[in-house]
Design a protein. Structure first.
Length: 78
């Protein structure tokens, strides 16, 4: 379904409802959470093999993610 999503952990081992980041990650093979923009919150980086795309999704600090920002579409077999 080309979806990347996350689940909030309440600190007691319980997870909340699915929070969809995108539904346009065409064959995402690798997904990482890291602070890409240096603002102190975890953004998301993905590599998709079906469209050779590396993209990132900016976290606004409240757990909401922005639109897909394409880094490249020439990562063959990402």
């Amino acid at each position: 379904d080309d979806k990347i999503a996350w689940y909030e952990n309440d600190g007691s081992g319980n997870f909340g409802a699915q929070q969809v980041i995108t539904t346009s990650a065409n064959g995402a093979r690798s997904v990482y959470a890291m602070d890409l923009d240096g603002d102190g919150d975890a953004d998301v980086l993905s590599a998709s093999s079906n469209d050779d795309k590396i993209a990132w999704y900016e976290n606004d600090g409240s757990g909401n993610f922005g639109a897909q920002q394409v880094i490249t579409t020439s990562a063959n077999g990402a």
